[in-house]
Design a protein around this ligand. Structure first.
Ligand code: ADP
Ligand code: MG
Length: 722
């Protein structure tokens, strides 16, 4: 049955729903609440002043008493909404959108408004730009006694809405009504897809119950039971996908069986100015074991910044070379590709290895030459960016692939690169983003994992400090002292051009100021993303050769840059950076034997101002708190894993991995950071299923098969279900 025939929908609403991606009854039923009115946060108006200090978001339920538009002396118009409950009156202020608000509210209707309470100039509590939820329009027949809500047990769902949806009456209240109808009359149109046995074994409720109760739970226990089932579904099918991908990669394909005797690798080992750490040696062994095996390698190499992943990869590439195969190393940025190229060249010294660089923006003649070298097979190791996966790049005999900084590439790119090999090449993915182990199972559930969990011995822990902008003078004096002692420094800025909205010091304008006011007589270089790749390379070479004292830069410096003599990292507007970004930046220093420093400069005044001007106060407060937590975390620890856990916590997995790119599906209800127990259950069930009935032929698995194929249409190119 089509959506428009659900009671309360009709053609107009159906069309609007379609724009939001809801084009069937099934999808409407799966349009889960984004939240519930949290009864523990509903406060009587007279009690609000007590909570101003705390800065938490609170909700007030009341009826609209007055709406009015006022003009300030400057002629600005401001919208005021006065709400009344049985204990008093509350003023809500909107500085923008007054025309809309004036029409939106009418006296007598019942609203729930949520915001962080604040005092106005006369010490009266007010809400600025609160979120609102219409509970009851005036004179509507409605059997809910909203004023008694605090005492009843009902839990009220809130739904995501848009301009288009609100225009046809589908605000929270509208959604509650049509979804109620859909649940009442159409819930049976959803099919139970999991076998009864799997449900009872894992204490999961049935799908009809789950969908009904996620919308209209009578208690939080009911809501949680519903959530648990729905989360399990998401996690189970995702793990099923991974189980298939792994099966495909491991079982059925034949890879290259390398012989791991490598005189070149031995020569390299002898020429190194340092000894490999125990962890490095263990990982080299794990990799070469894989290379010897007949199934293709798919291995993730995790190691904190500076732990020495590159040299490990190089050993493997030499093994590949001596078996007559070419290798590639793909990096996420040109700067990094170029640096890898020079690092490898440097390590190799006089060893007879032909290593080439392929990046965008190279001169045509050079590029043709590199391409020919790759095509003929005379290039043994090719370092590059995603330019490597373009169609025109043809390899004679690609056998080993290293992908650096995985989270910037996707599963799709991994596959494209793999397809450049004639046989099934071995793939090593390197990441400096430390991923908590349980999570690694999820995100890279189809890969084997190696970890370098030990830093080279010659390192001193980096000292980190957060300083305010007012102390800049002092900080820069310290930088000068260190430079005069022969060290080098980075100064990083968040943006390269003045942004209109936020007053950030751009690296470009700041560079001038630094050179003229703070560091006259010192040698400064400016490196940013808009420079041509040759200019970037040139600057890096100069910096490495100590022809520059201070490199002023943007986040292009973030990944992988390696200049051991640089011992100072200054980050300007550090409050604007993400945690793993800061960790990466800090990882640019502390790479040699000298004591290194990381100083995070913050602009507290700007942050405060920004919070005050924000249209969504609650969010601005949250962001300010998160930013503080990021900085204190940096001061407290240099442990990449600890930092990753906190970063995940602060950002959520979608943001952390960049959902789109990582090949991680978007989970509607599951949270792969916190639902680890459920995740393990789902994983066990999924892997057992693929083991027992790989082609999903048994009758009780038919619904699973159908659901799986429908859920992962876009992913199915990676797997074959029978
Ligand atoms: P990662 O890529 O893991 O961040 P790199 O491979 O860039 O780290 O290595 C960081 C630096 O440490 C490089 O200068 C490298 O030459 C050096 N290095 C690697 N392994 C060791 C080791 N075992 N002992 C000392 N220095 C090492
Ligand atoms: Mg690296």
């Amino acid at each position: 049955m089509s959506l428009q025939y659900v009671k309360g929908i009709g053609p107009k609403r159906a069309a609007a729903l379609k724009t939001a991606g809801v084009d069937s009854i099934q999808k409407l039923l799966y349009y889960f609440p984004r939240d519930y009115l949290d009864r523990s946060r509903i406060i009587k108006i007279k009690d609000l002043p007590k909570f101003v200090e705390a800065g938490d978001e609170l909700t007030v339920i009341g009826s609209v008493f007055r709406v009015e538009l006022k003009r300030t002396r400057q002629g600005k118009r401001i919208f005021f909404l006065t709400l009344k409950d049985d204990t008093g009156y509350l003023t809500c202020v909107y500085f923008a959108g007054y025309e809309w608000f004036l029409k939106a509210f009418s006296v007598g209707e019942v609203l729930a408004v949520s915001s962080v309470p604040e005092f106005d100039r006369l010490n009266r509590v007010q809400f600025i730009h609160p979120e609102f939820d219409r509970l009851k329009v005036k004179d509507e027949e409605d059997d809910t006694d909203w004023s008694a809500l605090l005492h009843t047990g009902s839990i009220i769902p809130k739904y995501r809405s848009t301009e288009e949806l609100r225009a046809v009456g589908l605000d929270n209240r509208g959604f509650r009504r049509i979804i109620k109808n859909a649940v009442l009359h159409h819930i049976r149109e959803i099919e139970e897809h999991l076998p009864a046995e799997m449900l009872s074994k894992n204490s999961l409720i049935g799908i009809h119950d789950a969908v009904a109760k996620i919308h209209f739970p009578k208690s939080y226990e009911e809501r949680d039971a519903a959530l648990r089932r729905l989360k399990f579904d998401e996690l189970f099918y995702f793990q099923l996908l991974l189980a298939y991908r792994r099966r495909e990669l491991k079982g059925e394909l034949r890879g290259i069986q390398f012989s791991v005797k490598s005189p070149l690798a031995r020569q390299l080992l002898q020429s190194l100015p340092f000894e490999l750490t125990k962890a490095q040696r263990r990982v080299v062994r794990e990799i070469t074991d894989d290379m010897q095996s007949s199934s293709p390698m798919n291995r993730l190499l995790q190691g904190d910044v500076g732990s020495g992943k590159t040299i490990v990869a190089l050993f493997a590439m030499l093994v590949a070379m001596e078996n007559g195969f070419q290798s590639v190393l793909m990096a996420p940025t040109e700067v990094l590709a170029e640096q890898h190229f020079w690092t490898l060249k440097n390590f190799l010294g006089k060893l007879p290895v032909n290593i080439r660089l392929l990046i965008g923006g190279q001169r045509k003649k050079l590029r043709e030459d590199v391409l020919a070298d790759i095509y003929r097979g005379s290039a043994n190791i090719v370092v590059g960016t995603h330019a490597l996966i373009q169609e025109r790049v043809e390899f004679a005999n690609l056998g080993f692939i290293v992908i650096d900084e995985q989270h910037r590439f996707g599963v799709a790119q991994r596959s494209l690169m793999r397809e450049k090999g004639k046989t099934n090449p071995d793939v090593l993915v390197m990441t400096a983003t430390p991923i908590p182990r349980t999570l690694a199972l999820t995100v890279y559930g189809d890969l084997d994992i190696s970890v370098i969990d030990e830093m080279p011995k010659n390192r001193k822990p980096i000292r980190t400090a957060v300083r305010s902008r007012q102390e800049k003078e002092k900080v820069f004096t310290f930088v000068k002292q260190e430079v005069l002692r022969g060290r080098q420094a980075y100064i990083v800025y968040p943006l390269i051009e003045e942004s209109e909205k936020i007053d950030l010091k751009s690296a470009v304008t700041e560079f001038k100021r630094l050179s003229e006011n703070y560091f006259p007589g010192f040698r400064l270089g400016l490196l940013h993303g808009r420079l041509a790749s040759e200019e970037k390379g040139e600057l890096m070479t100069q910096f490495k050769a100590r022809q520059l004292d201070i490199l002023v830069t943007t986040t292009v410096i973030e990944v992988g840059i390696d200049v051991p003599n640089a011992t100072i990292m200054i980050v300007e507007n550090a409050e604007r950076f993400g945690l793993s970004q800061l960790h990466q930046l800090r990882g640019r220093v502390g790479r040699g034997a000298e004591q290194s420093y990381c100083i995070l400069l913050t602009d507290e005044l700007a942050l405060k101002k920004k919070t005050q001007l924000a249209s969504n106060r609650a969010e601005a407060y949250r962001e300010a708190a998160a930013s503080k937590k990021r900085l204190t975390t940096m001061e407290r620890t240099t442990d990449g894993f600890a930092i990753a856990e906190i970063d995940l916590e602060l950002r959520g997995p979608g943001d952390y991995f960049g959902t789109r790119q990582s090949g991680l599906p978007e989970f509607k209800v599951a949270d792969i950071v916190h639902d680890t127990a459920l995740l393990s259950l789902a994983r066990r069930e999924a892997f057992a299923l693929v083991h027992d009935d790989p082609h999903l032929r048994q009758p009780q698995h038919q619904h699973i098969r159908k659901y799986f194929e429908a859920s992962f249409k876009n992913f199915l190119s990676y797997v074959r279900v029978g």
